[in-house]
Unconditional design. Sequence first.
Length: 165
Amino acid sequence: MKHSERLLAELRQEAIATRKILERVPFDQFDYKPHEKSMSLGRLATHVAEIYGWWKECLVNDVLDFAVGDFTPRICQSSEELLGLFEDLLQKGEVILTEVDENEFEKMWTMRQGDIVFFTLPKHEVVRTWCMNHLYHHRAQLGVYLRLLDVALPSVYGPSADEQG
């Protein structure tokens, strides 16, 4: 099985769990932070959705240079906006994985800020780390925020304490 096929299947499967988590984000708690150094609930939820859009930067492009461009983190203001962003970026990621040449995964990819190079790795490692593992990390964080706010958690990899049986 090709890299792209495995990743596409994983992306689609994980999107089910991500969608269920994002649907439960209480926007009346938008500014909630479990710690002063933490992201706000609204920013974290939006970040989880945004990660679905990283396939272009990590697989189609060869370099991410923070010195170029003017990225401003989004903050969604409603459940509808959050889920719309998620669905749009998921669809774009699916298209990229459907159309990518398999040789692209072996090419090198660099993260830098101008002359400062943070790392250079093969794209197959970059997409695993930044498009998938990074998503799991922040989705789990979001689950902790929801638990602290007493929001019932959906099942992700089996029944949650809130959805047993």
